[in-house]
Ligand binder design. Sequence first.
Ligand SMILES: [Zn+2]
Length: 261
Amino acid sequence: MALITETYLRARLVSGIPNPFPLSEGDKLTPAAADFLKSRSITTQRMASDPVNLRESAKAGGWTMPVGVSNRHVHLSPEHVEALFGPGYRLTPLRELSQKGQYAAQEIVTLVGPKGILPNVRILGPSREASQVEISRTDGFALGIHPTVRLSGNIEGTPGITLVGQKNAVVLHEGLIIAKNHVHMSPDEANKFQVANGDSMIVQTLGDRPVLFADVTVRVSSKFTLDFHIDTDEANAAHLNTGDVVRVIGKNGEITGSVRG
Ligand SMILES: [Zn+2]
């Protein structure tokens, strides 16, 4: 799986380019590469791809992993669930998330910042020890607050935000972050990628706008499923959607794999 560029195709001219040109699962042509083939009347033939198996192929030791795009969301302490929705209130699971036991709740809140509001922000469950609100930098412009990039859970010294629920409002004094991109994986998967919890990975996106994520934090737990988590700004910048696949090309600041693949 790779991004196929015009430069790559030109280099292959010497040995000959097959017609039709085979594209394997996840292979993508840059627009220039597509034009290059077209101008030589070379057609492409896509090999059968089964998106359901992408996660499996990554698990099986390939150097790829699936993408999960996180929209703005809220994690709440049990106290804040009750403060927003009433005494004894429990969140209602709406759908499961990629990580075992995590769910999107039916409940939503409105974020209120000094400059504007963001309504219908999903609460994720189950509740946590400390409330935390994850937004994108773009959301920050709408709200008029600019939090720093933090790993989930590391909220000391971060700005607060006001949440408005069905019953009441809660003023958080800290907990507003732009989530640091990270990858969840099981100990088995960490073994295959040869990384440990806290390491960082270099990730290359495949597609029309290739982007390198140079410092993706590795989070390892037996409860985790392989998934590369980015926010909507990062996804938009790299033209990525949930379920897309990215390539791991290095770790801890060093590129070990080929960018071409
Ligand atoms: Zn995550």
